[in-house]
Design a protein around this ligand. Sequence first.
Ligand code: SF4
Ligand code: SF4
Length: 292
Amino acid sequence: MSSNPARFYTRLDANIVRCDLCPRLCEIVPGGIGWCNARCNEDGELLSLGYARPVAVAIDPIEKKPLMDFLPQTQTLSLGTYGCNLDCCFCQNSSLSRGIYNSSDDARIILPVEAVSLALANDCPSISLTYNEPTICAEYAIDIAKIARRAGLKTILVTNGFIAPDAARELYKYIDAANIDVKGFSEEFYSEMCRGTLAPVKTACEIFKNESGGHLELTNLVIPGKNDSPQMIADFLDYVESALGLDTPLHFNAYFPAYHYRQSPRTPATLLRKISDHAHKRGFTRVQIGNI
Ligand code: SF4
Ligand code: SF4
């Protein structure tokens, strides 16, 4: 099975490595694999299993990412791999996020230079790392972005923002636009529904917008009864206004029952419209609803 040297790690005693890419800081023994199923320890070296091995390749309208204010009405070459560093019980892409590379895989190899050629050949002015969680393949994203920039193309991340700050500063400086999925605005929600934490996601949003200077849009998947309380929505909007600005494009998307979480009904359009109207009244200038 092919794999590539990873960055963002520290070698500890006994050839154990600590992956420093995301807040999980997995300590991986030789022969072991990280929490995300995408990074493994081979004799004290950390390898990236998904590097150049996308398992989902498509050309999508950029609005589907979703991005509303970046290269509108263009197509984007979209690549996804296996694995994720969160475990959202409502994941709408679990076949990828819970997928695992194995030695019998004959996954298509698309090197960064080939991804750029593919985008150019299909008149795509951008390449999106999307579908699963691109953070866990940061090395692939960086290498694509470097070549894409030289070719006049943009690189986009559609991400959960669950990344360590130092890694975010390194990865995001190559990325032109991102949609960060803020899944619900409380630590309890992240713990119960995503097996993660909210604080690093907020830090990632701030690094992307305020330090890297990339174009940032946010998505919130609204799950009835779980993350749609007026208080939680107000907390989210308060945060965005103060930390990122009222001009930050916001997407409120409908949930549908998927993966392990089917208890809530599909999000009614009326609820999304109510949240969108409220955001507009508070002064947010760019608000969209989607998945309806
Ligand atoms: S990126 Fe994967 S291996 Fe690295 S710390 Fe996060 S979950 Fe663990
Ligand atoms: S972060 Fe996205 S891809 Fe990962 S488990 Fe959650 S919804 Fe699925």
